[in-house]
Design a binder for this molecule. Sequence first.
Ligand SMILES: NC(=O)c1ccc[n+]([C@@H]2O[C@H](COP(=O)([O-])OP(=O)(O)OC[C@H]3O[C@@H](n4cnc5c(N)ncnc54)[C@H](O)[C@@H]3O)[C@@H](O)[C@H]2O)c1
Length: 298
Amino acid sequence: MAATQSSGQTVEQTQSASIDNKASAPKREAPSEDAYRLKSIQDLMSLKGKVTVITGGARGIGLALARGAAELGSNVAVLDVLDKPLEAFYDFEKELGVQARYYRTSVTDPDGLSRTIETVVKDFGRIDNCVTAAGIVHDKPFLETTWEEGARILEVNVMGTMLSAQLAAKQMRAQNTGGSIVMIASVSAGTALQTQRLNIYAASKGAVKSLCVQLAVELAPLAIRVNTVSPGFIATEMTKGLAATRPELLAVFNSPPLGRIGDRADLKGVVGYLLSDAAAYTTGTDILVTGGVHAGLL
Ligand SMILES: NC(=O)c1ccc[n+]([C@@H]2O[C@H](COP(=O)([O-])OP(=O)(O)OC[C@H]3O[C@@H](n4cnc5c(N)ncnc54)[C@H](O)[C@@H]3O)[C@@H](O)[C@H]2O)c1
């Protein structure tokens, strides 16, 4: 007899859903003697003809990652809650010869985001990759943090990531093409700094990393790879905002072992790699890009 889960879905239904995943899995390539010679690094890294969705891409890390994907040849659909992206977005089509569209939407609005993804598919025909960079930060003593502040961080950083990845993966399943999802986590998920009070923000990024590990296994039968990238301090509006209220953080941001704050360019290669076929056998992993923060102690 089928047991009922809290969702109301039965165990039998759950099992048949995972069998369906396998039934519709894209064909896998067997290992070959020659692939290492025939597939050049340049070919493997190319995203030519792909369609990449980037959340939080109107500025900051998301904008840089959208540019990186476009430089590798991908068309890009940039999603963000801001009215419009920074001017630099409009260079993509002119300079890189790809299609680039901007969609104003929130990752915390299930109906709105669902409609946006439908529009992306109408505009581009498919989705091959998804980068979840939309996020908000919280640097406040734990004992003063309110329920509402904590819930908002989790809503954007965790639920927004879940919803974006889910909608992209549903489209990849419908196409039967597989795909790659890269979620932006943070070094704070595994390292606490005495100079910052990231409490619930760090917990939200820990959740993103756990989600990645689970999805990597659950979506593997659909040939959808899922990985996280965990940046350290990167110069963006987010770190500028933190330093504006607490200027002492500027010195901290500039003191990783490599002796400087990270630049958004430091993330382009690693995310481009994870999106590409060069990472065809990489899933469920986290790549730290921190200038050594995680390896040493501040
Ligand atoms: N900058 C850093 O040092 C750093 C370090 C580790 C991790 N991160 C993570 O990298 C990601 C990007 O951060 P950033 O530094 O570029 O910050 P940012 O504030 O410059 O950019 C974040 C973008 O997300 C968008 N956004 C916020 N809420 C949204 C929502 N509900 N729906 C859609 N878009 C939304 C914002 O409008 C903004 O354009 C975040 O997830 C952040 O937590 C940043």
